[in-house]
Ligand binder design. Structure first.
Ligand SMILES: Nc1ncnc2c1ncn2[C@@H]1O[C@H](COP(=O)(O)OP(=O)(O)OP(=O)(O)O)[C@@H](O)[C@H]1O
Length: 262
């Protein structure tokens, strides 16, 4: 445990969160804590606010009530300098990768390095090459443009960019959506390997039951505007709630469990 992690119990601590768009309330009195070094999967029906929750934590959707503490600091009360320091300690993989289409993969990965670190071009290039290889892309992918990549390669390129600044937390929004089952399983493996080798904390929004089983230490279920259950998957799936039962014990849930058991 580093000195920086001693000052707080949870790397992310969300308390009493309320978010809304006009009169439409997405979250109300939502609490969620994320432990350092865990992979937490956030699940819930369509429109329950998984992506909005992630956006509220990373500063893209200002809550109307509640607190969001990251690395022990109240993100929305922090001054610009403190907020930027927090932001440099996380990386984000948005759905679809959100790569700059006019830049090559290497240039995409270098973008946050150029923005935040005062490094020579040569060093930035070396770091980008390292992140590209850590993300499981071949070396020549660095020179390619996003339009030349498959869906799975785009995700890996987005992941490489999210790792550019050596983050402590990585946020993943539906990382395996749109991937074939083999590509998705490989991506799951990559996430677990990165967590283990880098000590990353991973906050992942997903619909993918196989990914939950393969990667997550804990699962948080969003429903009724808040987190209704949070814990290891084996505990959460026993919760007596209609959506949870349908999701985890329906045909797809049972199939994912069977794969895990085999
Ligand atoms: N910019 C916005 N303006 C207005 N409403 C929004 C906006 N973004 C999200 N919402 C609404 O907030 C609710 C939660 O959206 P969110 O994208 O977080 O859901 P989700 O759980 O991630 O859904 P899905 O699983 O379908 O991706 C939805 O009802 C959505 O329509």
């Amino acid at each position: 445990m580093t000195d920086q992690t001693k000052a707080y119990d949870h790397v992310i601590e969300v308390k009493g969160l309320k978010t809304q768009f006009g009169d439409f309330v997405v979250h109300e009195n939502l609490d969620i804590n994320v432990r350092s070094g865990e992979i937490i999967g956030v699940v819930g029906g369509s429109g329950t606010g998984k992506s909005v929750l992630m956006r509220a934590i990373i500063g893209l959707k200002r809550p109307s009530a509640g607190t969001v503490r990251v690395f022990g600091e109240d993100y929305y009360k922090a001054d610009d300098k403190a907020r930027e320091a927090i932001e440099q300690r996380w990386g984000v993989l948005f759905q679809g990768g959100a790569l700059f289409s006019s830049l090559t993969v290497a240039q995409n990965v270098m973008a946050p390095i150029r923005e935040h670190l005062n490094l020579s071009d040569e060093l930035a290039k070396d770091i980008a090459a390292l992140k590209i290889s850590m993300s499981g892309l071949p070396e020549d992918a660095g020179a390619k443009y996003p339009s030349e990549l498959s869906g799975g390669m785009k995700k890996r390129a987005g992941l490489a960019r999210s790792l550019a600044l050596d983050p402590e937390i990585v946020f993943l929004d539906e990382p395996t959506a749109g991937l074939d089952p083999i590509g998705a399983a490989k991506f799951d493996e990559l996430i677990v390997n990165l967590k283990e080798s880098l000590g990353l904390t991973v906050f992942m929004v997903t619909h993918d039951l196989d990914t939950l089983h393969a990667t997550c230490d804990r699962v948080a279920v969003l429903a009724e505007k808040r987190v209704i259950a949070c814990g290891p998957l084996d505990e959460v799936r026993k919760t007596d709630h209609a959506w949870i039962q349908e999701y985890f014990s329906g045909p797809r849930g049972r199939a994912a469990l069977a794969v895990k058991a085999s």
